[in-house]
Structures are given as structure tokens and as C-alpha cells.
Design a protein around this ligand. Structure first.
Ligand code: ZN
Length: 113
């Protein structure tokens, strides 16, 4: 197998894997900081790179029935959060195809330009 190909993002505010620092997403993809996960606060993003998804499962959440799959770092296999594939409730549909990253599992990297 060849070397693992990782994507690199260009932004002055990146979110990276908490254990290997692989780039995941940036502040332009951030939708909401108002989410909660098992480990504490969690953020919702439009797009996340350098990840792969686990098994799709149905979860009954506070906001109704969803199908989700956990997401993992492509570089170090660490769990990072989950992806919403489908939501039952019409007002939750905006989350479909979007990604949750758990604040305690990622790091924020900022650079001065
Ligand atoms: Zn990683």
C-alpha cells in the first residue's frame, strides 16, 4: 500500500485531530457550536476531510430519530465524532450530510497571517 494521502486546508483557523494533528476542517465550514456529545461540547460542520465513516446506525436523540455513523481520523483511527446521514423530523433535516466533531477530541490551530 502507498503512503496515506492527507488533505491540507488553507485557513488561519483550522480544526485538527487531537492526537495526530491531521487537518479536519476550518472556521468557514463551522455551522454551529451548540451541540453536545458524550465527551462534552461538540461542533457541527459542513465539510470535514481526512476522515472515514463507521457503521450506519439509527439513534434516538433528544431531537428525534436520526441515522448516524461515527467518524474516525484517516491517519490515526481516533474517533472524532459522527456524521448525520438522515433525520426524521423536518426541522432537523439541515443536519443531514453534516459532521459533528467533539471538542475534546479535536484541537483548534490558529495562525497569524
Ligand atoms: Zn488523527
Amino acid at each position: 500500500m502507498g503512503k496515506l494521502h492527507l488533505e491540507y486546508l488553507d485557513s488561519n483557523q483550522l480544526y485538527v485531530c487531537g492526537s495526530c494533528k491531521a487537518h479536519l476542517t476550518n472556521n468557514r465550514e463551522l455551522i454551529s457550536k451548540d451541540f453536545w456529545a458524550g465527551t462534552g461540547k461538540a461542533y457541527l460542520y459542513n465539510k470535514v476531510v481526512n476522515i472515514y465513516t463507521g457503521v450506519l446506525e439509527e439513534r434516538m436523540l433528544r431531537t428525534g430519530l436520526h441515522s448516524c455513523c461515527d467518524i474516525f481520523c484517516k491517519n490515526c483511527d481516533c474517533k472524532l465524532g459522527w456524521k448525520y446521514e438522515w433525520a426524521l423530523e423536518p426541522e432537523q433535516k439541515y443536519k443531514e450530510g453534516k459532521f459533528i466533531l467533539e471538542k475534546n477530541l479535536i484541537e483548534k490551530a490558529e495562525w497569524e497571517n
